[in-house]
Design a protein around this ligand. Structure first.
Ligand code: CTP
Length: 409
């Protein structure tokens, strides 16, 4: 059982931290909530205390005999601050310590994850940008805020990232404290996710059961590591990961257009989507009725292999990453199929997943082997999809480092 301190700063998104708290405790972690005095204006101490099963204080005087302003930070395996307001980020960056949360941040030696929430102007202000840069330079993970509806009538960048996404990154940091270095800053990465749908008529399609969870985890981890991320999502029912630019598509041909467009200046393209190999040759433009003439058998036309096209048209230095969803068969293992596919597709990295029934599709967990065109092989044991995503970005970042981007390209 890991010990997490959940810091809550004073913003309206404090109410969403109650959901995050639930997710962390339900995952079996021991969570102590440390709100600021302003956070208690939004959500009262009784809520935090009841959900965490711990007493709650915002100041350093309550329970002074236990010296909790030092103990909490020292004993924590992870500190998560959600929401992190502009004021809280400024205090953390400058080492101020005027309440229990800021004292805890100074004494903590574990990973620290900030999930910011504030109005767009505050996030974009040079003071906040400098404070965020300082915190990142010191090794803290500062997520990008999400975009969308803010407190008033306005919309823009500044929403708290979804609690599920914060919980996933928190879990990742507990398992691997070094999983989110800020090493993809200045890089543009393109990730495709989900499963394409090929229309038979306006209401029917040929599809597959990809949930998009793995591709979304790849995008979320890249954003947390500083990349500018374009996420091309085919039929995924998940919220946009914070800090990513999401392009929603339906069919393989739409996905192909969106990926090629985004790939023009990309450093890395990750094809995590399950792309239909075939589409109906003719799409009927009205709903096929069972009372009418029996429909003709559905003829199929092969879709272009987008991964192969990306390999053929890549910019010098750009990395192309494929995924291979495989089941073994009597003639060859999952890994044999993966090796043959890497060779055939010509990509730099191939993540091989075992998708035998119940293994990966729609599940929160995954296992995989990351094969490199240089013959390397990195096994990632069964765990959260964000852990496989982090291992993939480790492998990609190593290769990017080996061939730095020429200036101005
Ligand atoms: N892919 C693609 N375009 C397609 C089909 C697949 O870009 N038309 C990409 C997938 O996104 C994935 C990789 O190719 O990154 C491997 O997909 P997979 O379906 O396993 O490969 P196939 O070449 O279709 O091989 P198989 O015969 O095993 O289906």
């Amino acid at each position: 059982m890991s010990r997490i301190v959940l810091g809550v700063a004073g913003g309206i998104a404090a109410y969403k931290a109650a959901d995050l708290l639930r997710k962390l405790t339900e995952a079996g972690h021991d969570v102590t909530v440390v709100p600021t005095a302003s956070a208690l204006q939004f959500v009262g101490a009784a809520t935090w205390s009841a959900l965490s099963h711990h007493p709650v204080a915002a100041d350093v005087w309550t329970g002074a005999a236990e010296v909790s302003h030092v103990r909490l930070g020292r004993e924590a395996d992870l500190v998560v601050v959600a929401p992190a307001t502009a004021d809280l980020l400024a205090k953390a960056a400058h080492g101020l310590a005027d309440d229990l949360l800021t004292n805890t941040l100074l004494t903590a030696r574990c990973p620290v994850l900030f999930a910011p929430a504030m109005h767009t102007e505050m996030w974009e202000h040079p003071a906040t940008a400098d404070n965020v840069a300082t915190l990142r330079r010191r090794g803290s993970v500062v997520m990008e805020p999400a975009s969308g509806r803010l407190t008033g009538r306005d919309t823009g960048k500044g929403r708290l990232p979804e609690p599920i996404e914060i919980a996933q990154l928190a879990t990742l940091l507990l398992d691997r404290p070094d999983a989110l270095p800020f090493d993809l800053a200045g890089r543009h990465v393109v990730v495709s996710a989900g499963g394409t749908r090929e229309a038979i008529d306006p209401v029917r399609f040929v599809g597959n059961s990809s949930s998009g969870k793995q591709g979304f985890a790849v995008a979320a981890v890249a954003a947390a590591r500083g990349a500018s991320v374009t996420l091309v999502a085919a039929n995924v029912e998940l919220p946009d990961p914070a800090g990513t630019d999401v392009v929603r598509v339906v069919s393989a041909l739409e996905l192909r257009d969106a990926v090629h467009k985004a790939a023009l200046d990309a450093d890395v393209v990750v094809m995590a989507a399950a792309v239909a190999d075939f589409r109906p040759s003719d799409t009927v433009d009205h709903k096929i009725k069972k009372s009418g003439e029996p429909p003709a058998p559905i003829g199929l036309t092969q879709n272009p292999d987008i991964l192969a096209e990306l390999v053929a048209s890549r910019r010098p230095g750009a990395l192309i990453v494929g995924f291979a969803a495989e089941t073994g068969d009597p003639g060859a293992s999952v890994l044999d199929h993966g090796r043959a596919k890497l060779e055939r597709k010509g990509c730099d990295l191939l993540v091989v997943n075992d998708v035998s029934p119940g293994k990966a599709f729609g599940q929160p967990d995954n296992a995989g082997i990351i094969l490199g065109s240089d013959g390397s092989e990195r096994a990632v044991e069964h765990g959260p999809k964000s852990a496989l995503a982090a291992a993939l970005w480790d492998a990609a970042a190593e290769r990017l480092l080996a061939s730095p981007r020429p200036p101005g390209v």
